[in-house]
Ligand binder design. Structure first.
Ligand code: C2E
Ligand code: MG
Ligand code: MG
Length: 415
């Protein structure tokens, strides 16, 4: 860290189910000169504090115990993501190194900054060194402090046609065939330039705008699919669907009608669903997804590996496709822990007869791993960044050349 931070101003929340640990960490932190310490003995209590905090009171760093009886550390992290927790994390656990490493990767996949992990019993020096790495977000990396948009501004953008769709190709790993594209929405903002979905999907979900947003994105995607179809480009078109969209039966009718209106067959439409938030009532989404599937729409489970309820979902919902989260794809050939999660996801999908897509394929090493392990589809910057629709035909030509020259299967040996 290049900026000195006054220790007494750093707000720290300690979460541990053992009151002895809480007292101990409190004493260590006080001795180190940290003045603003909150102690919580359950995930629920901590989440309540964070949900009710404002920018001035929200913790900067959470010391998180992984093993807690009611809500464990991994589940707690998923809730932090829902709450858009802006701070950092330090993991504390009596578990072995491997579990800590895996958890660290899960947390990173959720894009929450993690300062590191500590073994119990916690050594004060190690804790001080780790906390020393914390700096205010705007000071540590300029330009990364993300602007928060208001619901009103977003509503106007949806109405005013400021949301535009980009499309990222998905290709078959075996022969390079272009199978389809994933629709990724962006906001063409009058003063901030291109704004990415991470900065407004959460706002849309929290303010009841997500149905409008998804319908706008989906309608535009179907119109685009029709244009491609008329140009003899048969591409599967995927659209991201929020769990919140699956609360009402209207969504089912909307999807069916919007696709039919443009003459797009359900088999060519993929609905990508992420389970990153806890569902209060899982029955409605379950019913809607099952009925979409009966109508022959393709269902995809997105960001697989980052949420631990994914397994239950696989049991209950007839998904056609599983997307391994990019956090477990890039560099998996060089990292044992990533590789273990990648392999497990792949074999699970195989056993359930699902097509597997690896996200975040960024370099040749990633691509070669997919080849060796027999992954079905690849998506990522190694293949192509998200493109504007008019860029797609030109990209397909270049890609085909690249497959012929660089990526043709000759010396491959399957593992
Ligand atoms: P996702 O569905 O998992 O989409 C993949 C994200 O990874 C996209 O980010 C894409 O640009 C990015 N990506 C692609 N290739 C690579 C790569 O090689 N390396 C890395 N590091 N990243 C890569 P994007 O467009 O910022 O979207 C973020 C998320 O926002 C999406 O994740 C999706 O969950 C959500 N999203 C996007 N469009 C919509 C939408 O229309 N509706 C809803 N509900 N969510 C959306
Ligand atoms: Mg997706
Ligand atoms: Mg994903």
């Amino acid at each position: 860290m290049n900026v000195m931070v006054e220790r007494s101003t750093v707000k720290i929340l300690v979460l541990d189910d053992e009151s002895f640990m809480l007292k101990l960490l409190n004493r260590i932190l006080s001795n180190l000169g940290y003045g603003s310490i909150t102690l919580c003995d359950s995930g629920r209590a901590a989440l309540e504090k964070i949900a009710n905090a404002d920018a001035d009171t929200v913790p900067n760093v959470i010391l998180l115990d992984l093993n807690m009886p009611e809500m464990d550390g991994i589940e707690f992290v998923r809730h932090l993501v829902e709450l858009h927790y802006p701070g950092s994390l330090i993991l504390v656990s009596g578990e072995d190194e491997r579990i800590l490493q895996t958890t660290e990767k899960l947390v990173r996949a959720h894009k929450i900054p993690i300062l590191g992990y500590l073994h119990k019993p916690v050594a004060p020096d190690a804790l001080a060194a780790m906390l020393g790495k914390w700096g205010p977000p705007s000071a540590s990396v300029p330009g990364t402090a993300k602007k928060v948009y208001s619901a009103d501004e977003l509503r106007a953008a949806i109405k005013g046609g400021a949301l535009i769709n980009y499309y990222q190709p998905k290709v078959a790993v075996a022969d390079g065939e272009v199978i389809g594209v994933e629709t990724l929405v962006r906001w063409r903002h009058p003063t901030d330039g291109i704004v990415f979905p991470d900065q407004f999907i959460g706002v849309a979900e929290a303010s009841g705008l997500i149905d409008d947003l998804t319908q706008t994105v989906f309608t535009a995607a179907m119109i685009q699919a029709k244009a491609w179809q008329e140009a003899s480009l048969l591409l599967r078109i995927a659209v991201n669907v929020s769990m919140d969209n699956l609360a009402s039966i209207n969504f089912l009718n909307f999807v069916a009608e919007a696709a039919a209106k443009e003459g797009i067959a359900p088999q060519h439409v993929v609905l990508e669903v992420t389970e990153s938030r806890l569902m209060q009532d899982t029955r409605a989404p379950l019913e809607i997804l099952t009925r979409l599937r009966l109508k022959r729409f393709r269902l995809s489970i997105d960001d697989f590996g980052t949420g631990h309820s994914s397994l239950a979902q696989l049991r209950d919902i007839p998904f056609d496709e599983l997307k391994i989260d990019q956090g477990f794809v890039h560099r998996a050939s060089m990292d044992e822990t990533l590789r273990a999660i990648y392999d497990a996801s792949l074999s699970l999908a195989r056993q359930l007869n699902m097509e597997v897509v690896a996200e975040g394929v960024q370099d040749r090493e990633d691509w070669d791993l997919l080849r060796r392990t027999g992954c079905d589809l690849a998506q990522g910057t190694f293949v192509s960044r998200p493109l504007l629709p008019e860029e797609i035909p030109g990209w397909i030509e270049l890609w085909r050349e690249r497959v012929q020259t660089e990526l043709s299967p000759t010396e491959d040996v399957k593992e």
